[in-house]
Design a protein around this ligand. Structure first.
Ligand SMILES: NC(=O)c1ccc[n+]([C@@H]2O[C@H](COP(=O)([O-])OP(=O)(O)OC[C@H]3O[C@@H](n4cnc5c(N)ncnc54)[C@H](OP(=O)(O)O)[C@@H]3O)[C@@H](O)[C@H]2O)c1
Length: 116
């Protein structure tokens, strides 16, 4: 256990709406107040596609698919620290605004089911 050797501030693991194998590690981080940085928070852009799994839900929410993917991550856990990659200032602004989207329990559950 790494924390026996030194205090652990954050960990980074593959995690996004569509890839959630790291749930047990995330739960460990939540229990111990360790920040969790989801690697590939947008599934390298796959979750950003207008015709992807989040396309219809995004149109219903007046949001972009990327914003829903990020809002879902932020709603998933208080220790979640997403750092989406982008080469576009427009996408940066849009992704930052996702922090202001609050999902209800029902919306969160529906998105969770979409991610399978
Ligand atoms: N631990 C590791 O080995 C490792 C390896 C790779 C990455 N990472 C981490 O993963 C994170 C990001 O990785 P990543 O950039 O490869 O993957 P990502 O954040 O899942 O996806 C980035 C892709 O999404 C697109 N995108 C971003 N915002 C968008 C928007 N609003 N609308 C449409 N498309 C959008 C980007 O295209 P545009 O440029 O067109 O916006 C880019 O193609 C970082 O925290 C990085 O440190 C870790």
């Amino acid at each position: 256990m790494a924390s026996a050797l030194a205090p652990i501030a954050t960990v980074q693991n593959l995690f996004n709406l569509a890839k959630r194998d790291a749930e047990p590690l995330l739960e460990h981080c939540e229990a111990h107040g360790i920040g969790f940085i989801p690697w590939f928070p947008l599934a390298t852009g796959e979750l950003s596609a207008a015709d992807g799994v989040l396309g219809e839900a995004a149109r219903e929410h007046d949001a972009t698919p990327s914003q829903l993917a990020l809002a879902w991550l932020l709603r998933r856990s208080p220790v979640m620290l997403p750092i989406p990659g982008t080469s576009s200032v427009e996408h940066l602004d849009s992704n930052t605004a996702a922090a202001g989207i609050e999902l209800s329990d029902e919306e969160y559950d529906a998105l969770t089911a979409l991610g399978g």
